[in-house]
Structures are given as structure tokens and as C-alpha cells.
Ligand binder design. Structure first.
Ligand code: GUN
Length: 299
């Protein structure tokens, strides 16, 4: 029987642990984790993500602030805000929602965030720590970190001897995912749009991670029988069967087909998605724990 990996349950476990440890941190050390989420412009999808991050932070008992800035905000104004948040002792995590409007250099903004408050794990310092295996002090990007927890639920922490193929080479998912799998002793291949015979390569994977952003691209016959399939994709596609103008969310994997071949597989929605916010909460708690001088919790 194929195991359908329930990301919601694992995410709820993470959030329950964050809540418990947050209460401890506040009562025993007088430190309340603080997160600042910054959004520039009116992208509807970003607004939804940002509002659910704020809601979850409050549920965890965090001090949570949202800075909503107009689309015409200058790079200088945004840099000034980041500087203020870097200096704010009540804030342990800073997240600037991407994408930013085209006139703002996202790279410059990300590098302006203090690495010890970079709960997205996008700063060069954190990218470098992950790349060199300094996982104890790095912030790891939330989606790959959450995907790893789901993989651990199936295989345990040591992935020695397993072949992993990551389809997608983005800085937010593909590359950090590959580094995490490598740190767990997998043999890792990163595939992308220029890879030759992608289906054949995918079939070598004991762990197949799809992070390409192309709806249902990965088909059943790309999946090695018994493989663990982690679908990071969140794609909105038309669903005329639900009525005029309706849509639905699908992953990068053709779930109905792949489910038959896989040993374990994440659904979309309800797989990796819920893990991303849970890991953001975990990273913020870790940051606050460090600020309080206590050992970092692990998840
Ligand atoms: N936009 C889409 N995913 C992310 C993410 O993980 N972090 C930030 N800051 N923006 C995003």
C-alpha cells in the first residue's frame, strides 16, 4: 500500500512543539519570539501567504508584526525598515515576502537582513552554512526544511545508500533541498530543464523531489516502484468541471498516476504546503532561543 504522507499532521506536531517551547521561553526566560513580515505591493497570492504567516505566529504565542508597504515604496525606504527591524530587540525573525516589485533589487534586500534574524535562510551566510554542513547554526529555508521532516518520517534521519533526484534548481527550494539530502548521506542529483532524458534519471531515484512549478509534469512512469515522492509544486490550473472560471490546485507530480508506483507520496494540497509555515515558526523560535542564550530546539 502506498503511504500518503499527511503534511498537515506533521505540521501540526511541529506547531504544537513550537507553542509549548514558546510558553516555556516566555515564562522561564522572559523572551517572547517576535517575527516581522514585510510585504510590498498588492499581489493577492502574497497577501494570502503573509496573512496566514501572521495568524500562525499569533497562534504560537509570538509577538507578530506585519509591515504592509505600497507598491511604489523605494528600495531605500525598504532598506531603512530592514535596518530598524535588525536593531529591534523584540524581533527575532524578519521575512520579506517575495516577489518584490521590479524596481527593488531583491538580492540587495535579502542581504540587508541580519543573518541571525534571516528565518527564510536566504542570506549568503545561511546559504554558506547549509552548503558547508553547518546545520546547527544555519537557518534552513522553510520549504526544503519541511520536506526533509516528511522524508524523515518515512526513512529516518540517515539516508545512507539512497539515491535522491531533485527536479528544479531554485535558490529557495532545489539547491537547499539538495544540500539537506547530501547532509543526510543521500547520493544527490539536481535535474532541471536542460537535463537529458529526465524521465530515465527520475526513475533512478529512491527519493524524488519535484520543485519545478510545472503542473503535473512528473508522470507515473518517471517514478521508480516504491520510491518516496515529495511534491513541492503549488500550481493553480483551470477546473471547468467545477464550473465556469473555477480553478484547482495541483502539484508538479501527476498524483493519480504516480501514487500507484510510489511507496510514499505527498498530496497537493496537504503535503509540503502546511510544512512551510510550520518551519517558519520553528526557525523563529530557534532564533529567539539563541537570543535568550539557550540551546536551540530541534524538530
Ligand atoms: N515567496 C514564495 N515563497 C516564499 C518564501 O519561502 N519566503 C519568502 N520570503 N517569500 C516567498
Amino acid at each position: 500500500m502506498t503511504e500518503i504522507i499527511n503534511g498537515k499532521t506533521v505540521a501540526d506536531d511541529v506547531v504544537e512543539k513550537v507553542k509549548r517551547l514558546t510558553a516555556d521561553l516566555s515564562s522561564k526566560h522572559g523572551v517572547t519570539p517576535g517575527i516581522a513580515v514585510v510585504i510590498v505591493g498588492e499581489d493577492p497570492a502574497s497577501q494570502v501567504y503573509v496573512s496566514s504567516k501572521g495568524k500562525k505566529a499569533k497562534e504560537c504565542g509570538f509577538h507578530s508584526v506585519q509591515h504592509t508597504l505600497p507598491a511604489e515604496t523605494t528600495e531605500g525606504d525598504l532598506l531603512k525598515l530592514i535596518g530598524d527591524l535588525n536593531a529591534d530587540r523584540q524581533i527575532h525573525g524578519i521575512l520579506v515576502q517575495l516577489p518584490l516589485p521590479a524596481h527593488i533589487d531583491s538580492g540587495k534586500i535579502i542581504q540587508a537582513i541580519a543573518p541571525e534574524k534571516d528565518v527564510d535562510g536566504f542570506h549568503f551566510i545561511n546559504v554558506g552554512k547549509l552548503g558547508t554542513g553547518e546545520l546547527d547554526t544555519a537557518f534552513v529555508p522553510c520549504t526544503p526544511a519541511g520536506s526533509m521532516l516528511l522524508i524523515e518520517r518515512v526513512h529516518g534521519k540517515d539516508l545512507s545508500g539512497l539515491n535522491a533526484v531533485v527536479v528544479g534548481r531554485s535558490n529557495i527550494v532545489g539547491k537547499p533541498m539538495a544540500n539537506l539530502l547530501l547532509a543526510a548521506n543521500c547520493t544527490v542529483t539536481i535535474a532541471h530543464s536542460r537535463t537529458k532524458d529526465l524521465p530515465a534519471l527520475a526513475r533512478t531515484a529512491d527519493i524524488l523531489v519535484a520543485a519545478v512549478g510545472r503542473p503535473e509534469m512528473i508522470k507515473a512512469d518517471w517514478v521508480k516502484p516504491g520510491a518516496t515522492v515529495i511534491d513541492v509544486g503549488i500550481n493553480r490550473v483551470p477546473a471547468p468541471e467545477k464550473g465556469d472560471g473555477k480553478s484547482r490546485i495541483v502539484g508538479d507530480v501527476d498524483f493519480t498516476g504516480a501514487e500507484k508506483a510510489a511507496g510514499a507520496i505527498t498530496p497537493v494540497p496537504g503535503g509540503v504546503g502546511p510544512m512551510t509555515i510550520a518551519m517558519l515558526m520553528a526557525n523563529t523560535l530557534v532564533s529567539a532561543s539563541r537570543a535568550a542564550g539557550i540551546e536551540r530546539p530541534t524538530f
